[in-house]
Design a protein around this ligand. Sequence first.
Ligand code: GDP
Ligand code: IMO
Ligand code: MG
Length: 421
Amino acid sequence: MKIDILLGLQWGDEGKGKIVDALSPGYDVIARFQGGPNAGHSLEFNDVKHVLHLIPSGIFHSDKLNLIGNGVVLDPAVFKNEVESLGIPFEEVTKRLVISKKTHLILPGHRILDAASENARGSSKIGSTLKGIGPAYTDKASRNGLRVGDILRDNFMEIYKKTLDYHLNMVRSYNFSFDLAEFEKGWFEGVEILKQFTLVNSEYLVHDLLNQQNRILAEGAQGTLLDIDFGSYPFVTSSNTISAGACTGLGVAPQQIGEVFGIFKAYCTRVGSGPFPTELNNSTGEKIRKTGAEFGATTGRPRRCGWLDLPALKYAIMINGVTKLFLTKADVLSGFEKIMVCTAYRINGETTDQIPFEIDANIEPVYREVEGWSEDISSVREFDKLPSSLKNYISFLEKETGVPVTMVSVGPDREETIIRQ
Ligand code: GDP
Ligand code: IMO
Ligand code: MG
């Protein structure tokens, strides 16, 4: 058996949570492989919206196993709140979810350092979610991190305190005020909750599950353009959000990867700072934001909105080896007479369809105008019944990218999904 991966091809918030939940019936295991509580994955069913940050989006299916992989960074305080807000009895959650012992912990000091370093950046802020992601991955790389398995050690408090001192020393250089006690209370309560879960050597578990013919779906967080290596550095997150991240974040080999589902919106959004060539700072952007309810699922910040960026999409498809494309939020563009798609960039008079090393204000998008559609498509469930101009838009994207669009999402609910036969 191979592992399929679902990941975002833009700057996050492409609708990963909704689609993973919708695909879950076809899998036995749903596994998160990177990121942490910076993620906000929304899913909706029975008229209730749920937002998940750390827990994989298969959790609402009673017969599925969910795994938080070693590539994730986990904040016990967030974890506790999330477990308690699921509306699923605690005992049941502990059956449906297991956590890798190698998952790194986000410590109270990481939250403080994230806030202090963003504060110090002044006008060049990354726009971090302030969940401690950057400092936690920094400690992982610099070999100062603590992992979930460490909470079971007899000397856990000793290593916690040593690391806290190390963090407090660093914070001192920022001249930043904070309330450690406030962070620590929820954090230690979370550690006690965490101890009640099965903590696993997840790489062995994943291989055993595959050998027993289980179907595994790896759920990405963030998006390709926020990848630490290939995103718009330094305005990125601190993990590998791309398909290769599933190998390191779960302990699987490249040849064990099956399908790579790349998910993208019919337009683009971005939260936080950083370049966004097709951004619309006008009433059209405002209309997309309003119709698409484009406000951050984690921070509530308004998302920046713009037209679809094909050079960026093709880049993401290339880096990830996407085998199937899933288009979301097609319903949001209903009522736009004309839709723009950026097909190339003009940089200093030269036209290119490659993303340059430096993405700055010099980039001028070259647009192609596409016929819009006016119908409300949210109740459509068959691909052939979609408006012809939307089908033409999809054919155009398939021709440009060379990858088939096999799923179209027409609303936030689990049911509002068209799987193309
Ligand atoms: P994720 O981080 O990729 O899981 O995406 P988010 O949950 O942060 O943001 C996607 C938002 O769009 C959520 O509010 C979803 O409920 C919503 N959504 C997902 N798919 C669709 C869709 O096809 N149409 C509409 N209108 N909303 C959608
Ligand atoms: P999901 O999984 C959108 C952005 C932040 C910021 C940058 C770095 O819901 O798609 P970080 O907290 O990681 O240090 O922030 O990355 N960012 C996201 N944007 N969706 C996300 O996750 C994001 N996770 C981080 O806004 O610009
Ligand atoms: Mg999100």
